[in-house]
Ligand binder design. Structure first.
Ligand code: GLU
Length: 493
């Protein structure tokens, strides 16, 4: 589809909060599109709203994008030839482009005060007339306008919408042809009375000067597009292609919002989702590879991404599917990456510090097979392995004691288990333990399960736990024996 120009796309967040999953999906589509066509992915920070923009949000957005692994080719930190990449640093460019519009007679100063504008809007609403600006200042003579500017009268600059045209139309790459009658577009403000550009003007100037070929963004901007097309045309710039992405809904069918729980990328990170799982999941919210494949790694995504497989129907965010997807990636991540990823959770739970982990990496890698198949998120890992770190504070679950330790004869059984396991030194491995405990069960003529469950409750505190013998391997011989012997008073005579 992109024919002559090399593809240049951008993600242009306003730093007025953290990066949410809707924005993350927009970023993913831009990134994958750029990668697919060997193009350039630009990150631009739209920080023109001084009251709502914060440096903290900018940092958070940048951190989230980096965590997702969506490397941008130009933008903050990356640099590039089309900078600066913060709108607040581009004021001179907006002034220069406004001068182009003034010279072409495509923009005019408007001296209507906010109060006058509000009154006009009220009157228009009351009489059910058009609610847009009534173009009052458009008819001022040039000399009159200049006189008022020279006298220091506050004014904005508005686009002189070409009213002789019938409509503005464009072929959206997702929505198809969109036509808007010119009568629906009022002479919107380009530059405010403080000299700062509005979003519609700044975004156009930036997209034009940055050579953006495809604008891929949320469909909440669909109504801005005709206005922006008029600005490109007035500036004499090429109009880029547009692709608007449908919104993401919660399970209840309403637009996804905080009401639905975690929606920021960092909240998902903290809840223990893996970046590649989130990218995979979000990429499928509105796009599909072949309608069937669900597990798609980044390389495949970039290789196969195209806008013609993006749906215009709203996508529904389904946390259960994301959990499933995350588990797929958890199972594949391998012990080494698991250990790196689990450190903050271990620290938070007070189980180990980063230094402890570094000193005993092998041991922590041994935890991975115990949990990999049993959790959906990293946050679920620590509760599952708390028993490994409990030491002498291990609490035995009442029900488990009643079922597996209380039956008559269990004390002797446990004593025999302890001496059997003690005799295994130095071969402390699960295969040796398995053989020895099975032999013991045969000798005592009890079920293998009864032996394992008694040892499990004594050492793990619960009749439900990750695999027993691998757990004992991690606990070590001394701690295993100490736990079994500590549990003896709970066992039936
Ligand atoms: N800054 C806008 C936003 O965060 C994006 C505008 C655009 O992509 O054109 O919604």
């Amino acid at each position: 589809m992109p024919d002559c120009h090399p593809v240049r796309v951008r993600f242009a967040p306003s730093p007025t909060g953290s990066l949410h999953i809707g924005g993350a999906r927009t970023a993913i589509y831009n990134w994958a599109f750029a990668r697919h066509y060997g193009g350039t992915f630009v990150l631009r920070i739209e920080d023109t709203d001084p009251e709502r923009s914060t440096a903290e949000s900018t940092e958070q957005i940048i951190r989230s994008l980096a965590w997702l692994g969506l490397a941008w080719d130009e933008g903050p930190q990356a640099g590039g030839d089309s900078g600066p990449y913060f709108q607040t640093e581009r004021q001179a460019l907006y002034e220069r482009e406004l001068a182009v519009l003034k010279a072409a007679g495509s923009a005019y100063p408007c001296f209507c005060t906010p109060e006058e504008l509000a009154r006009k809007r009220e009157q228009a609403t009351a009489s059910q007339g058009a609610t847009g600006y009534d173009r009052h200042c458009r008819s001022l003579s040039e000399a009159e306008a200049q006189r008022r500017i020279d006298a220091g009268e506050p004014h904005t600059w508005r686009l002189k919408v070409p009213t002789q045209r019938e409509e503005v139309s464009f072929d959206d790459l997702v929505y198809g042809t969109v036509r808007v009658p010119i009568g629906q577009l009022d002479d919107f403000i380009l530059v405010r009375s403080d000299g700062k550009p509005t979003y519609n003007f700044a975004a156009c100037v930036d997209d034009a000067l940055m050579g953006i070929t495809h604008v891929i963004r949320g469909d909440d901007h669909l109504s801005n597009t005709p206005k922006q097309i008029l600005v490109y045309e007035a500036l004499g710039r090429e109009v880029p292609a547009f692709a608007h992405l449908s919104m993401i809904l919660g399970a209840d069918g309403s637009r996804l919002s905080k009401r639905h729980g975690a929606t920021s990328v960092e909240a998902f990170r903290d809840a223990g989702y893996l970046p590649e799982a989130l990218v995979n999941y979000l990429s499928l919210l509105g796009w599909s590879l072949d309608g069937a494949t669900t597990v798609i790694d980044k390389a495949t995504l970039c290789e196969s991404f195209s806008l013609d497989r993006v749906s215009r129907n709203p996508a529904v965010f389904d946390e259960a599917k994301l959990d499933w997807m995350n588990q797929v990636y958890l199972k594949e991540m391998g012990a080494a990456r698991f250990v790196d990823a689990i450190v903050p959770y271990l620290e938070k739970a007070g189980f180990a510090t980063a230094a402890d982990v570094a000193a005993r990496r092998n041991w922590f890698e041994g935890v991975y097979p115990l949990v990999a198949e049993r959790v959906h998120t990293l946050a679920e890992v620590c509760p599952l392995i708390a028993y490994l770190f409990a030491g002498d504070t291990l609490v035995l679950d009442d029900k488990s004691v009643e079922k597996c330790l209380a039956p008559a004869g269990t004390r002797e059984l446990l004593e025999r288990c302890a001496s059997t396991l003690e005799g295994l030194a130095p071969a402390w491995g699960h295969a040796a333990m398995d053989t020895a405990l099975r032999a013991l069960a045969a000798e005592l003529e009890v079920k293998v399960k009864a032996v394992f469950q008694a040892v499990r409750v004594a050492t793990c505190g619960n009749m439900v736990s990750p695999p027993l013998l691998e757990s004992l391997e991690l606990l070590g011989r001394d701690e295993t024996l100490r736990r079994i012997r500590t549990a003896l008073p709970h066992a039936g005579l």
